[in-house]
Every structure is written in structure tokens, then in C-alpha cells.
Design a protein around this ligand. Sequence first.
Ligand SMILES: O=P(O)(O)OC[C@H]1O[C@H](OP(=O)(O)OP(=O)(O)O)[C@H](O)[C@@H]1O
Ligand SMILES: O=C(O)c1cc(=O)[nH]c(=O)[nH]1
Ligand SMILES: [Mg+2]
Length: 193
Amino acid sequence: MTNEEVLAVFREAGALLEGHFILSSGRRSPVFLQKALVFSQPDKSEKLCAALAKKLTEKFGKIDVVAGPAVGGIIPGYELARQLGCRSIFAERVDGQLQFRRGFSISEGERVLIAEDIVTTGLSFRETVEALEALPGEVVGGACIIDRSGGRADVGCELVSLASVNFPDYDADDLPPELALMPAVKPGSRGLA
Ligand SMILES: O=P(O)(O)OC[C@H]1O[C@H](OP(=O)(O)OP(=O)(O)O)[C@H](O)[C@@H]1O
Ligand SMILES: O=C(O)c1cc(=O)[nH]c(=O)[nH]1
Ligand SMILES: [Mg+2]
């Protein structure tokens, strides 16, 4: 799929939002990809993950476990695992730190792929790499539906994105005037009680 085709799926789901958004990293943006609206439609999740799974198999070969950070990484991680024919696990925040709970385990020698929905700064991705360091298995790389850093984010491993786009984001203290005029909303889960 091309970048435009992937963005068209988001547009069709009403998931390409414009306004003033507080991102997970604390940075601000006039654009937000509300992926939950895309993943609420199984046919759209299946289509996006099929295209991504093809790229992943070509790049990494066999995968044993797909690991994603909650909340955004759960559905694409599960759908990718279904299509790759492997297990799916997720990490969740406990006092702000990503942990693999719920009895999830990885065995020695298993090949692990990290799956995310959206990459902006790469922070959540790097935190997932760190959480996996405490477990057996080998992180062979990562995958995301949309890398909105246009390939610039450091995700701590080799990243395959389905689409790579350049969406602006700004420091909260350095907003363009038109953005500063709008009230900001925070759609993600990081930092919620
Ligand atoms: O590359 P980054 O700067 O880390 O930003 C991307 C992360 O932000 C979002 O998660 P968020 O913490 O907002 O919560 P969510 O998964 O519940 O949407 C998204 O799901 C990615 O995990
Ligand atoms: O950086 C983020 O937090 C982020 C950006 C985006 O477009 N969509 C999303 O779910 N999270
Ligand atoms: Mg997330």
C-alpha cells in the first residue's frame, strides 16, 4: 500500500483529525491519527495488517511472538500475529512503566517483533525494547502502521512502517500562533490515572 492509500483508510474511518493535540510525548500537533476508529473496523485492521505482514515477512523472516505496548499496540499486534501465525502479547503501564503482566512469557531463542500503531518520537517503542530486555528471546525488529516522523524517530531497533509521513509537532513552549489560539486535547492513554 502507498502512504496515500494508508491515509485514505484513516480518512474513511474519520480518524485523520485536525485541531490542537497533546501527544503522548507531551509535544503538540495540529494533526492526530485516531487509530482506535480504524481498529474498530476489523476489515480495515485486516487490510492494513496484511500489507504490513507481507513487508515484515520479507524483512525479518519467521516471527514467534509479536509484542505491543497498550493500548494502541494491542489490536495491530494481535492482527499481525494472527496473519503471521504466531503469538501476541502486550505490555501495559504500571506506575508509568511498561511491564508484561498477565502471565505472558517468551522462551529462550524466540524471535520477537515489536508492534505499534503510530510512531512519533519513538519513546513508547524504546520503552518496549527496554521492557523486553528483562525477558528471554531476541528482538528482531519493529513494525508500525504509520511512522509520522517520516523515518526520523529513534525506535531502538530496526523499524518497518506501513506508511511514513511527515506530520508537524512542536514543543509546548514554541507553538505556532494559530495552534496557541486553540484549546488542546489529549486523546492518548499515557499519564491517565
Ligand atoms: O512515538 P511516541 O512519541 O512514543 O508516540 C507514539 C505513541 O503514542 C501513542 O500512545 P499513547 O501513549 O498516547 O497511548 P495509547 O496507546 O493508549 O493511544 C501511540 O499509541 C504510540 O504508542
Ligand atoms: O504521538 C502520539 O501520541 C500520537 C500521535 C497520533 O497521531 N496518534 C496517536 O495515537 N498518538
Ligand atoms: Mg500507544
